[in-house]
Design a protein. Sequence first.
Lengths: 379, 258
Amino acid sequence: MDFELSDEQQLIRDAVREFAEAEVAPIAAELDRDHRFPTELLPRLAEMNLMGMPYPEKVGGAGADYLSYVIAIEELSRACASTSVVVSAHSSLATWPVFKFGTEAQHERYLHDMASGRRLGAFALTEPAAGTDAAAGTTTATLHADGYALNGSKMFITNAPYAEVYIVFAKTDPERGARGMSAFIVEKDTPGFSVGEAEHKLGIRGSSTPPVYFSDCRVPKEALLGVEGDGFKIAMATLDGGRIGIAAQALGIAQAALDASVAYAKERVQFGKPIAALQAIQWMIADMATEIDASRLLVYRAASFLDNGRPYSTEGAMAKLFASETATRVAGKAIQIHGGYGYTESYPVERNYRDAKITEIYEGTSEVQRMVIARSALR
Amino acid sequence: MRIVVTYKWTCDPEEATVRADGTVDWSRAKPGISTYDPVAMELARRLADAAGAELIGLTAGGKGVGTPIAAKAALSRGLDRVVIIEDESLREAGRSELAAVLAAAVRRIGDVDLVVTGDSSVDVAAKMVPTVLAGELGWPAVAEVTAVTGQAGALRVERAIPGGVQVLEISGSAVLAASADAAVPHVPGMKELLAAGKKPVDRLELTALDVPARSAVMTVTGRARPERKARKSQLIDTSDPAAAAAELVTALRVAGAL
């Protein structure tokens, strides 16, 4: 078993780290404090080919493997979890279904622009009464002579105010439950489509997540992604891969919290010596480092399975479950190590703590991951 | 036009640690391109793009400089190809010897119009190689270069001097050492990194290069750490600022700092 990253993966890690430290980290606190979306970073992320890493060059992507993409998300998350979720929601949730299920015409119209980062994407599945129970969504798509009319609303839609392409899930046959759900590609200025006010969140405050509304929003028949009734399957397949990206985000957040704790512990002097010399602190650091390493192995394994064409649903669920809960735990310990200072905005660990929690919730809660894992284990 | 940019594959001393016995532990230091060389690569790439020139990376050193990852790291920074001289005898080579090897390689590459180097290396920081290299080639050397434009045989160079900028016109080949802040190095994008492995890597054998014999041999025979004095720790009561300042001045005079 070879645990070494390839030359390309190491170089990608180093380059994204260099970019993130130089251009993303310096504005991370400001994005969080001001609840500001990193619009100025979008062109740079596109120039760095980070917006469509795992997609082939011929469709505008970078042609990287999924593990390299996951490493990039980890490194971006170390600097700023808000920026990393802008990238992962765009790449994993919005671009992937177009790549996987889109027609040639849809590839031509959307995929090149999305994979190259020219147009930002968003994934609109969650509704006010349909979160984990995604099949309970009530947004409808009614077939007319010239296309479909969408009616309903979605909430917590990452990137919505800045996106130009939305993957929207709506019931073409409400009587059939999950099997009656279809997927559509909706463009930004479509009449009847509007974006609401962004939520004020505990963490990832630089990521914008408002509701979106559909009021007799007319889309052509060519906007259908896949065939009618495929929507739930498309959504679940998309989330299967997307959760590896969130696991990588959690990993990056945890690593940032550990790095900050190590630096602080070496400098903070109490009882005449750095607190890094105290066993209580050493044991906390040891536990944090071990759990992060375990998270990394799970995340990288899930990504490698995806790259090698192996089934990865269970491994992806394990990675997301473990990495997200690790991130919350590690960020909490990081504040403990920083003491009173950790509770202030003077140190980044309070942001790590607030950012970590959502990784246990979105793109499939920890409870859902446990269901997936149990189903596999009890087969 | 053909431009050569030299680079060094080495470890950053900041990542090394000093053991209690004074020896250096390099085990956690990861090798990479010396910090100042990407600036030179950026400067050279801009000129190459403007002039339609070929940009060739050149490096020489001990085992490791020719690993695939080292070559890819360099190629991802805008080089068209790299030329590598990897020979363990060069690991402890002095600056003059290294410059002589690089000069021999430049002559072997042939038809080189310009050599661009970094300001110095992150590990040794001697700032000697560009000048000695130029001497070996019989070309002018210019340091602290902040910009270069033009074509082969007609270069316009700007360099930083105290209080201003000096502008030079060079009518032949030259060696230019890029100022450390001449450019913000471009961070390679994902496509550049993935394409690096497909670019040409040429290897030259040290024994096949025409390196003039050295008339003198330099060997490092010893290293010593400076004597470290025990750090003083003296707390001064600052409730009376004037008295505290006087006490501080006295303490600094006694310690020989003032």
